[in-house]
Write a protein that binds this ligand. Structure first.
Ligand code: ADP
Ligand code: ZN
Length: 780
């Protein structure tokens, strides 16, 4: 009897073999219901083995109860991608499948949303109608509504709940019929502003060269043969292992390994027209019958990119899916299945959209490829860009990574010839790059003598100048803060820990308030516990203070601030940006988060208040981040008719990052930064991982990491460099003490394998958590 290897849903990563009952079309990637001890459970089929493979099995397997979906939800290639991620990042395959199949898709509630609608069966004769009007005016109203538009199907909900008795009596009289309509839970389109369809622009020479390279490559890249075509049970690869040992369950399907074209690195200065290339490439790939995946760092922060795609593809609006974090479970379910069935053929989304089940993928675009938000900071700690590159490789899709400030990892890949470099050196409008003035704040603070003088004379004058001319200003605060508390704007109440009487800290990733002393957690209140004000919001100590000062210094200016709250609420950010675009705000203050992808023609001044704050952190990418921030920020100035100016305030004006950024010299920066990385053995010349131990018990966290360090040192594979266990720069967070050590090596796999072997042999104390982060981007 053929058998299936099933990964049981749940955290314990159980893998068992089950017999496939006759006639049940089970394939790898299918979702099944299986018996588990005396319960029933759901799971995912990792592999299927044929009759003969099981002939010598000394016992009989329990059969699968049912297929929960008739077709496999995961294609063979996505399953292979999942295995690669699990191996590479040292994560369980279960954790990867969890991101591959969103919660909404895994849970069994398959009910498409429906609604009851009323249809007119027969028009009553005038006499009956007159009677209705007299005795049952509601019924009469319903009839006349329906009679006016014979094709109309009135949803019950549109008539109001009270209408249903009336509808029932009408139904009894045989005048109307109730039908069930299926409705797609349509995610509300972002932007109340209407979309004006756009058409292809005539490309510049540089754009043309880049587009042609991409199209030539995508035409050549072939759809690999094993394109997820249903293989009936029994025709699985012969190398399916028979043991129940889950460690052996990571089978690679070598059939799907092909050699597609190289990924492209599209390096184009801000305003050079990268997005126009994406749009035209996407169109052509769609017209060739294949599908397109567009990754952006974060949907809410790149509204313009999303809007430009929607406007360009307005004619096929129903084939566009935008996956953003505000989708409800139902919407997510519907969108996922729409994509899988090939109805949505262009998908725009953030990191996790890299797993969108698009069939016949032809093109993957990764915008702002250098952005850190592509790295997931929870298990599995994958990098969306790197997964995109691998997915393109597996599916024979062309991959384009675009940025004005490529990550040095991607840049080195281009230098090594692993990526093909495409360059756009000029702004489309032929405007010169904005002038960047670097202000030495050491001199300013001596001059001003006031302690919180974070506003230089130069910047103050420039802002005043813009206010007079009616032009707009954006100010960036380079913040690396962690501590954020929740305070009510009307009564001043601060959410505090009931055990320690200290302010609780808002933790964005899991939407909780956490005490840094005892680890106590609380939900984020919707209204103030004291005075019930709904305005209780996050008081970022940074931007808030800056805003206060600016209101005082520029009393006539209309000042607004983008903070975490604006990012959290569904429409707050959009409303704010719309207000800014329609010039209802003069001065917009925000952190580096808003440096991405925003485009406002009337902004002629951009200021960075504390450019170098990120330089003094124990992170070898600090310089790269400051360079990126300055370049991205400068790209926000003067993108319209007007000339732009950038003012950068810094206490270290001569640092190379700041000077190279000032001269718009990416190559120069990359060259000297890469030299430094090479000398000190940092990525991209090595792979770097961080092992962190955390516990509420300081000593135990430290001891655990020391033990792991000792064991890692035994049989340390050649070439791997093991760092010392040290307290993390952020020694204590969320009530836990943190220790970390860094590992570096020439190859990621060897490194991950070594750490995993040690972790498997080590029994961790119950109250210590150990986290392994391959290709770590954060060292706090
Ligand atoms: P990037 O993505 O590289 O920052 P964009 O694609 O946003 O650049 O282009 C900047 C501006 O130039 C946009 O307003 C865009 O519509 C316009 N643009 C792009 N390509 C062309 C072109 N070939 N001709 C005219 N305008 C263009
Ligand atoms: Zn506490």
């Amino acid at each position: 009897m053929p058998a299936a290897r099933v990964l049981i849903d749940g955290p314990s990563e159980l893998v068992f073999d089950y017999a496939i009952p006759e006639g049940m079309a089970v394939q790898a990637g299918c979702r099944v219901r299986v018996p588990l001890r005396n319960r029933s459970s759901t799971g995912t089929v990792l592999a299927v083995s044929s009759d003969d493979d099981n002939a010598d099995l000394g016992f009989s397997l329990r059969p699968i109860d049912a297929l929960t979906d008739p077709e496999p939800l995961i294609t063979p290639r996505l399953l292979e991608l999942a295995r690669w991620i699990a191996n590479y990042y040292g994560a369980s395959i279960e954790s990867v499948i969890r991101v591959l199949l969103p919660e909404a898709v895994r849970t069994e509630d398959k009910s498409a949303k429906t609604r009851k609608a009323v249809v007119l069966v027969q028009q009553p004769d005038p006499e009956t109608f007159a009677q209705l009007e007299k005795r049952a005016p509601k019924q009469a109203t319903i009839i006349s509504l329906l009679a006016h538009a014979p094709d109309l199907k009135l949803a019950l909900t549109e008539l109001g709940n009270a209408a249903s008795p009336s509808v029932k009596s009408l139904e009894k009289k045989g005048l109307v019929r109730l039908v069930t309509q299926e409705v797609r839970r349509e995610p509300d389109a972002d932007g109340t502003d209407e979309l004006l369809p756009t058409t292809d622009l005539t490309l510049t020479d540089e754009q043309q060269v880049a587009l042609e390279a991409i199209l030539t490559s995508s035409a050549k890249s072939e759809v690999p043969s094993a394109n997820g075509a249903p293989a009936s049970a029994g025709t699985s690869p012969p190398d399916v292992p028979r043991t129940r040992d889950r460690k052996n369950s990571l089978i690679t399907d070598h059939r799907s390994l092909i050699t597609p074209a190289k990924p492209f690195l599209l390096h184009g200065v801000t305003g050079s027209g990268k997005t126009e290339i994406y749009l035209q490439a996407a169109r052509q790939v769609l017209e060739a019958g294949r599908t397109v995946l567009v990754l952006v760092p974060e949907i809410s922060l790149t509204p313009q990119t999303v809007r430009r795609f929607r406007a360009r593809f307005a004619d096929i609006q129903d084939q566009v899916a935008v996956l953003h974090s505000h989708l409800s479970q139902g919407e997510r379910f519907d969108e996922w299945h729409r994509i899988r069935k090939g109805k949505a053929r262009i998908v725009i989304g953030a990191r996790s959209a890299v797993f969108a089940p698009l069939p016949d993928l032809g093109l993957i675009l990764v915008d702002e490829e250098h952005e850190n938000s592509y790295k997931q900071d929870q298990i599995p700690r994958y990098h969306g860009r790197d997964v995109a590159v691998l997915r393109g490789h597996l599916e024979g899709a062309c991959v384009v990574l675009g940025s004005a400030t490529p990550s040095l990892e991607s840049w080195q890949n281009a230098l090594d010839g692993k990526y093909q470099l495409l360059r756009l050196t000029k702004r489309v409008d032929d405007q010169s790059m904005p002038l960047i003035r670097v202000i030495d704040m050491r001199l300013e603070s001596r001059k001003q003598k006031s302690k919180d003088s974070f506003l230089s004379d130069r910047l103050r004058n420039s802002i005043n100048d813009r206010l007079e001319k009616g032009e707009q200003t954006i100010l960036f605060l380079n913040r690396r803060g962690f501590a954020r508390s929740l305070q009510c704007p009307s009564c001043g109440h601060v959410c505090t820990c009931p055990h320690c009487a200290l302010a609780l800290t808002y933790h964005r990733t899991d939407e909780r308030l956490i005490c840094h002393i005892c680890g106590h957690q609380a939900v984020v209140p919707r209204k103030c516990p004291e005075c019930s004000d709904r305005g209780i919001s996050l008081q970022g100590f940074g931007t808030q203070k800056v805003e206060d000062v600016f209101r005082k210094v520029f009393p006539t200016a209309r000042v607004a601030r983008i903070d975490a709250d604006a990012l959290r609420k569904k429409n707050a950010l959009r409303d704010l940006l719309n207000a800014f675009r329609s010039k209802k705000i003069d001065l917009l203050i925000g952190t580096q988060m808003i440096a991405k992808g925003l485009h406002f023609p009337n902004v002629t001044l951009v200021g960075i208040l504390n450019a170098d704050i990120g330089l003094h952190v124990p992170d070898f990418r600090a310089g790269e981040r400051v360079f990126q921030l300055m370049t991205q920020v400068a790209g926000r100035a003067g993108r319209g008719e007007l000339e732009g100016e950038v003012v950068v305030q810094t206490f270290t004006p001569h640092s190379p990052s700041i000077q190279f950024a000032r001269h718009h010299d990416f190559d120069g920066f990359a060259e000297q930064e890469l030299e430094m990385r090479r000398q000190f053995g940092f990525p991209p010349f090595t792979r770097c991982a961080v092992l962190t131990s955390r516990s509420t018990h300081e000593r135990r966290a430290e001891f655990t990491l020391e033990t792991l360090h000792r064991r890692l040192k035994e049989d340390l594979p050649a070439g791997i460099e093991l760092g010392e266990p040290l307290p993390s720069p952020l020694v204590k967070a969320h009530g836990q003490f943190r220790f970390q050590l860094m590992l570096r090596g020439p190859k990621a796999r060897a490194l991950t394998k070594h750490v995993q072997q040690v972790l498997e042999k080590t029994t961790l104390p119950e109250d210590v958590t150990v986290v392994f982060d391959m290709d770590a981007l954060s060292f706090t």
